[in-house]
Design a protein around this ligand. Sequence first.
Ligand code: MRU
Length: 376
Amino acid sequence: MAVESNGKSDSLQSICYERGSLRLLDQRRLPIETVYLDVRDATDGWNAVRDMVVRGAPAIAIAAALSLAVEVFNLDFTGTSGDAASFLVKKLEYLVSSRPTAVNLSDASTKLQNIVLKTAKTATEAKTVFQSYIDAAETMLTDDVADNKAIGFHGASFLPCQLKDSGKLSVLTHCNTGSLATAGYGTALGVIRALHAGGSLEAAFCTETRPFNQGSRLTAFELVHDKIPATLITDSAAAALMKAGRVNAVIVGADRIAANGDTANKIGTYSLAVSASYHGIPFYVAAPITSIDLSLSSGRQIVIEERSPKELLCSDGGLGKQVAASGIAVWNPAFDVTPANLITAIITEKGAITKATADAFDIKGFIQKAQGNGIE
Ligand code: MRU
């Protein structure tokens, strides 16, 4: 299978961008087919996010931002610089409405809105405002890969020393947090990549991640692609795997982390954390700072997306034939919230955050300290 990689042989790419053109790898068709879809404007970007052509918190944010960059690059616009800023703000608000739980997209939207509004204050032409937007969206693409590599580095240093084990680690992960969920390399899967590269990984285990199967279709695909020793399990086999002593650590990504460390991530994450706690296995979250929402004091305030019943009623995450009895009611939350007390540490691009008390992290304090140390 040919996989495009933006010239990088070491990492799969879901986002193929050149100024004025964006193509997204259709993740619904992996691993059977490798098909890229053209994204010409914010409407295409909104649809691609909503329909899960592209998914994963960091990838959603970057793909949406770039869809608008492509639109304005190719736009024949006759308004003022103020009109250009209003145009961009409106489109960004529209893009944020595509999926509610991951904070990365609204965080990106706020940052981009601030940039264009600031530029519009002094710019005399609309094209200057559009250019500032395009430059900032492109920077998000490049920054994400660097952040993920830093997460991988910190995770690969932190996990082995936390575990006080000189041997290799077997690590269980959930959903897809790899190159496909980000601009490249990945968050939790980035840590697994870094452990493997450093010779510290015995094996990876990935869950199927029902109902959309991001684990069996995407994580398994990435692990096989990178020749990392790995085994696929059903979501419901995780506790038995832990009981059998086959896992030293669990590491997952995040879609939104509240100020106290409560973490929203793919449905099933909470069950893994409960099982890990029961079996005395450390449970790590790996995510960029852009996944942290300091405006929320706890996970109770996180809005959880509920998706179509079709994803459960039909095979293949809703894309195939009906398999469930007609007439059955369905509850299909896409995410759950793992309380901070079940999380051992949060690995970010600025380092590992450990708990301030038994039940909570002081994430704001960690970020302020990192900024004070010039780690920005
Ligand atoms: O619904 P998805 O596939 O967009 O889910 C988001 C995720 O990919 C996961 O929850 C992931 O662990 C966080 S994003 C790196």
